[in-house]
Ligand binder design. Sequence first.
Ligand code: URA
Length: 455
Amino acid sequence: MSKPSASVSRSAPAFRPLDLIRKKRDGGELSSDEIGFLVRAYTDDEIPDYQMAAWLMAIVIRGMSRPELSALTSAMLRSGEVLDLSDIPGAKIDKHSTGGVGDKTSLIIAPIVAAAGVTVPMISGRGLGHTGGTLDKLQSIPGFNIDLSLGEFRRVLKSCGCGLIGQTAEIAPADKKLYALRDVTATVESPNLICASIMSKKLAEGIDGLVLDVKTGSGAFMKTEKDSVHLAELMVETGERMGQKMVALITDMDQPLGLKVGNALEVEECIEVMNGQGPADLREVSLELAAWMLYLAGRTPSVDTGRQLADELIRNRSALKKFREIVVQQGGDPGTIDDPKRLPQAQHRIPMLSPASGFVEAIQCEQVGIASLVLGGGREKKEDTIDPAVGLVLHKKVGEPVQKGEPFCTVHYNSDARLSSAQSLLQQAYRIAEKPRVVRRQLIHRVISGKGAQA
Ligand code: URA
């Protein structure tokens, strides 16, 4: 917890956090100095969590103007270092997702794109709310070190073209603190806060272009396409203003992506995809995002040829080989790639049986994410530790037939106490209808590209 203080006088101009919270609460517009002050003072532990949480909640409710959003993004970016990767030849491209359930594409895309010779400096986040985080997934690989210093990150990038780390103390430290606070104060679902959080980290990476995967649907922070498009536009605009090639894909999150939800289980599923197997939806979204990265990097002349190259790099196992290199470079056990059973395994498994025969009409995706979280796969409080082994394996997805008594998913768990709440969430999450009346949603809803990234 940060140190409490009523007013702060260290830097000029000094503002009273209380006044700034009140101003936002009442719908006022903060100046860039005021926003800069709050971000700097919170990062330096001069403002307590409770005041920052109140300010964040005022933003969730009142929103932000574009100048406020710019000020917040650049204050968060300036809270740390901006990497200079100009000594590494070629384009540096990253992708970032706004977060979903079973959303594990980073672990597939980063190796594909690096295998094509494009540098991918990926600074990722932990699970947030009901969504999983790349870092938590990676840490389920025994030994995998996501806390590389910037010097080590640079070495890994030079040696294998890709590194996957968390925010170091040097990179956007304001976001690191704010992200953890938002996670436990119901202040995640704000397009402005999500935009500033993502863009401050990404702009610090020293990249030339960024592909955004903006999720939409019941498992996304933005539940409607309209809200997702708004967030995508905010981020594309913010990135372009800062000189990046930007594209955002609005992708479906109305049901989990793939079949596995939970940290080690998701790593296992990524290995399946890189072995040329795995679920078609996960493979399709991964290939599409990778294709855009290859195109933004100038590695392929079009998105179509990018998709073909990405597909080829999976087929000929180059992506898997690259993933192994990354794991080795970052201290992880490469044996898990040949034998995913070496990943953490839950002690117990129990199938969830369908109460009726019919068709899966809908899966309340957020409930599935929360079920994984309550099993121990995510955090309810900042201090919580993750259980990498727990999670869910879905046997039925939207539109599929199911018989009464047939398992629609299997729960992997380590604690009986946690199991029962997960089970009731999952019972509620699945809606079974007598007749198939589902209109299939597209996986890729829309593409919003900046001026520098027209296909
Ligand atoms: N991902 C982030 O990095 N930040 C958010 O606020 C939401 C998703």
